[in-house]
Design a protein around this ligand. Structure first.
Ligand SMILES: NC(=O)c1ccc[n+]([C@@H]2O[C@H](COP(=O)([O-])OP(=O)(O)OC[C@H]3O[C@@H](n4cnc5c(N)ncnc54)[C@H](OP(=O)(O)O)[C@@H]3O)[C@@H](O)[C@H]2O)c1
Length: 297
């Protein structure tokens, strides 16, 4: 049953004064699609997207102690229009490192020119003078982290940071070796890789990052384009009087405290449900059942 204890608490990005609630919102589901081209063009349902934005806006204007954050890759709909005027305490995170081909493909965009253009596009689209956090997404493989040096593009991003266009730098789709390489070039505040109940490759990495005070913000926390489905998850949810997705999010929040969640949804009902997940406490014996889904029990 959803209770009164808020597990979301907060996390302060290292080397910053940005103390964030651990539950944010990933805005990618608001983008449209065109046939096989996913995350492409305006929202499928503009009204639903606007209602979701309005709910975020209302929620984020409610008094709270910690800052809310929004994950917003630059190809998504115009967040400036949807969310402005931005609440003072909203932290917006964007990413650079890829551009879209006409066929919808994701093309590496790591040159000095690509990165500089991407930062200025983000600033213009969001109507900001400085970006709170920018993730550099490694593209040696689009599907999963793959080795390769990220020194050159990161050095460009660090220069843009020194010019005052970027406050903090994060990394996405990266290996431990790339994170170590990056930390010699610039302070890294967060890492975003694929991780959820069923996809546990980064278990050890998350613990290492927790020790170093670096946030880990899983993408596809609910399974992404193929949302999580598991008889165990459904059974646990029924026992706890919650929904499967609330359990999947609460499980993440009961993992190391450097995990921040950014569930994505285009549905107002799902948004409300997801925001409530931090009130769900999962007993230890039930956590063990959930751990078994990813084969780590
Ligand atoms: N760095 C990267 O390479 C990268 C890659 C992918 C994503 N991301 C980031 O990660 C964020 C989250 O990822 P995501 O949105 O792709 O995947 P996700 O959060 O794992 O899952 C989204 C899917 O779950 C469904 N869903 C959400 N809440 C639900 C609920 N309460 N009940 C039932 N279904 C629910 C959504 O459908 P409905 O719309 O119907 O709710 C949607 O199909 C994105 O916004 C993006 O910012 C980053």
């Amino acid at each position: 049953m959803i209770g009164q204890i808020d597990l979301a608490r907060h996390f302060t990005l290292s080397g910053s004064a940005m103390t964030l609630s651990r539950v944010g919102y990933g805005a990618m589901q608001l983008a449209g699609r065109d046939g096989d081209k996913l995350v492409w063009g305006p929202p499928r349902d503009i009204d639903a997207a606007n209602r979701s934005s309005a709910t975020c806006r209302r929620k984020w204007r409610e008094p709270h102690r910690y800052r809310r954050f929004l994950w917003s890759p630059c190809q998504e709909p115009d967040h400036k229009k949807a969310l402005s005027p931005y609440p003072d305490d909203l932290v917006i995170v964007t990413k650079v490192g890829a551009r879209r081909g006409e066929d919808g493909s994701w093309i590496p965009a790591f040159s000095r020119g690509d990165l500089t253009t991407a930062i200025h596009d983000n600033l213009r689209n969001l109507g900001l003078d400085v970006l709170d956090v920018v993730n550099l997404r490694s593209m040696f493989s689009i599907h999963e982290p793959a080795e390769g040096s990220i020194e050159a593009p990161l050095a460009v991003l660090a220069e843009l940071q020194q010019k005052g266009l970027v406050r903090h730098i994060g990394l996405s789709n990266v290996t431990p070796a790339q994170i170590a390489e990056a930390r010699h070039i610039a302070p890294i505040v967060c890492v975003q890789n694929h991780y959820n109940l069923a996809h546990r490759t980064d278990d050890a990495l998350i613990a290492d990052l927790a020790r170093d005070g670096i946030a880990y913000v899983p993408f596809f926390p609910l399974g992404g384009f193929t949302p999580l489905q598991s008889a165990t998850l459904s059974d646990v949810a029924a026992r706890l009087g919650a929904t499967p997705m609330q359990v999947a999010l609460a499980w993440l929040l009961q993992r190391p405290p450097n995990i921040l969640v950014i569930p994505g949804t285009s549905s107002i009902e799902h948004l409300r449900e997801n925001l409530q997940s931090s009130m769900l406490q999962i007993p230890p014996e039930v956590i063990a059942d959930l751990d078994a889904i990813g084969g780590s029990a």
